[in-house]
Design a protein around this ligand. Sequence first.
Ligand code: SF4
Length: 151
Amino acid sequence: MAVLSPLCQLKGGCMGCCGHSFTSAIHIRQAINDNTKEFQERKPKTETEFLSFRDCYEAMDLHHGVCRNLVQEKGCFHCPLHPARHNDKDLRINHCDVDYLCPTARSFATWDKKRQDHFLQFIEKQDVDNVTYSIKMDNGEMLKEFTAKDI
Ligand code: SF4
């Protein structure tokens, strides 16, 4: 879950780059539910406990294509290793490509404010859940639909 783009935080949080080779929305939800259950059972509080949660699995040991650290809290996807949760210390390093941005977010960053606002409004109107949003951001479908309307 990158945070370098405002797109990453819409629709309940995007998890499109928290894994790869996703099989289906059902499997993605299952994986996140399993991660969340494990996280809630462990209830990490200290940095050591967060690292211990992280190190339960190897970095690339994905579950249905989803990072094993990704959890859901209050209906939003969330990375418990993110620096925002650890006084700017990034516990994701070596477990995640922390500088990755999907092609959609990279394109968005090059647009002028007017086009960015159009895209944000377009997203706002989409009736999609967070998993569908994530898939469509990561595979470029949302951008393709927007581009078709915004010519
Ligand atoms: S897939 Fe794109 S929009 Fe989604 S979290 Fe990753 S960089 Fe952000």
